[in-house]
Write a protein that binds this ligand. Sequence first.
Ligand code: EPZ
Length: 416
Amino acid sequence: MGKYIINGGSTLHGQLVVQGSKNAVLPLFAGALLTEDEVVIQNCPDLLDVQNMSRILRSLGADVERHGNSVKIVGKHLNSHEIPVGLAKELRSSIFLLGSVLARMKKAKVAYPGGCDIGIRPINIHLDAFRELGVRIEERYGYIFCDASEIQGAPIAFDYPSVGATENVMLLASGAKGMTTISNAAREPEIEGLQDFLNAMGARISGAGTPFITIEGTEHFKGTQYTTIPDRIVAGTYLIATAVCGGEIEIIGAKPAHLHSLISKLTKSGCKILVDNDNIYMNVSGRVAAFDKIETQPYPGFPTDLQAPLCTLACVARGTSSIIENIFETRYKHIPELIKMGARISVIDRVATIRGIERLSGAEIAAMDLRGGAALVLAGLNAKGTTIISDIHHIERGYQNFDGTLAALGADIIKV
Ligand code: EPZ
């Protein structure tokens, strides 16, 4: 298992081109199975999660080949409708393969995707919606058996705007007869990306980005070439890293509109941020002001995926911050590790109260999950002395060349 070794104290300076979005590209891989034609996904980040999704598609009979920053998928010869247990456990988000495999093969078998590092992660919203579309579902021995031979469009109302369930229903309903509507749909930019991709393949979807999505089923899908949207969470992580260390950064290819909430909070805390259509420039010196209250919410609220990195910034801000994690029930696993570095944090239920200090101190710590691990890297960049972070495979699930990019910006970080 790899480790990062970081000597803290450098400021960050320079430019970076932000990678394609992990959370946008994973549902696109699922959508590529709707057609027998070739699908090319450009600006596709090379990450552990993407490699695992590629393995799952190959196990179903698809050809998947990476050519630089693009991945070519040909689902002409699908020969299985069973999503392999081991890989499904590795990659929770393989659950939205259910929608596309059912739309294409009319049946599917998948192991119950257990919880993960940040919460129980139930799939009741997915399965309830599938039943409303006419999918017959049997759950036994930890497996989910689905029969979609008689699916029909239907009006669906979500109790909660689940991102994955919105994507799963879009994938399944695209191949169902008749009209499907989703009310209280998730509004994340990745949903709009999926709509654009599926429409390029011949689907007829509208409303993504709003709480009300309409999907008109279609019989035939064609191949397409599609460029993945930029990764707003990775872009946000580098902005927060610069605020933690001081310096100036220009993020090329990031969509400021996808990061309104973070940009507003960082500006209020004293960071100087300029934006144009596809770039974000930030300059910060000295300690930022604390955050009186940060509450994670569904998009366009403050994203839960940036909660952990922002905790690190709050640890070295001037004053006391309050951070409330509303989306996942155990997304504070980075906090005990930050406390080992001298952070002053107390957690009651979902509220973390963080008293900012001048600087953290290096320590030997472990990454527990993807975004919490990234938060620990940012803490090491600030800390006096050396920080050694183990279990960095969690971080490599979502950040392409994280150490190399930070080193190019001036950080003293190596991977061993
Ligand atoms: C997606 O997860 C993202 N993953 C997550 O990013 C992100 O944190 C999350 O959306 C929220 O923005 C991918 O896109 C691959 P949800 P997803 O369904 O689809 C509950 C990262 O770090 N829920 O909106 O699983 C659930 O337990 C990852 O990149 C149900 O109760 O998110 C959670 O509390 C982490 N029943 C809340 O809703 C369901 O059927 C949000 O889940 C589904 C969800």
